[in-house]
Ligand binder design. Structure first.
Ligand code: FMN
Length: 183
């Protein structure tokens, strides 16, 4: 993907169209798809669409400050990055690029347990605060090992994912044969 094409993309729909053109279709569907008829995915998008930014007119806009504090950490605007595993499926720089983007926007990046770069490498890359997302594996020792590594590398919060007690029925992935081997 050329930098010029990316720079011309003006919104998420245009970025999505570029990704669709560029990625092999099983990977695009893995990125884009949801589980079980994609009903929750659809309802999430519809719910989010109902939110509006409330404009306040005839006020002084010379010194707007959208910064906020979350779990004691000040960030420049009220958006943080949620965990997305296996980012190297979609770009060779994977989580490194996402962490750099979060740092450039002065916000928090949540790295996934399923990260395709090591959490230590990502932690060391940028100075901005990072959180670590963790799945609670049946193997409690493994889970505790993840906690310890996250703490030692400077992650400041744990994000516990509780909605994956079983693997989701992702129909696009079943059709394309896109599976992730779990060791
Ligand atoms: C490609 C992709 C990978 C994801 N990987 C993870 C993950 O590894 N761990 C996790 O807890 N959530 C993961 N998620 C879920 C996201 O963090 C997020 O909760 C979900 O996309 C809903 O957020 P949204 O409503 O802003 O789209 C992933 C989502 C996508 C699209």
């Amino acid at each position: 993907m050329s930098k010029a094409a990316l720079a011309r993309a003006g919104n998420i729909a245009e970025l999505r169209a570029l990704a669709q053109r560029r990625l092999p279709s099983p990977l695009f569907d893995f990125l884009e798809g949801g589980a079980e008829d994609e009903g929750t995915l659809r309802r999430n998008v519809e719910s989010f669409d109902r939110w509006d930014i409330l404009p306040r007119f005839l006020t002084d806009v010379g010194g707007i400050d959208p910064s906020t504090t979350i779990l004691g950490q000040k960030i420049s605007w009220p958006v943080i990055l949620s965990p997305t595993g296996t980012s190297r499926f979609f770009h060779t720089e994977g989580e490194l690029a996402v962490a750099r983007a979060a740092a450039a926007a002065d916000t928090i990046y949540t790295i996934s347990t399923m990260s395709s770069h090591s959490m230590e490498e990502v932690a060391a890359l940028t100075p901005t605060p990072k959180w670590f997302q963790v799945y609670c594996f049946r193997d409690r020792e493994l889970t505790l090992e993840f906690f310890a590594r996250a703490k030692a590398s400077g992650y400041t919060a744990l994000v516990v994912t509780v909605d994956v007690p079983v693997s989701a029925n992702r129909e696009r992935d079943r059709r394309s044969g896109m599976t992730i081997r779990r060791s």
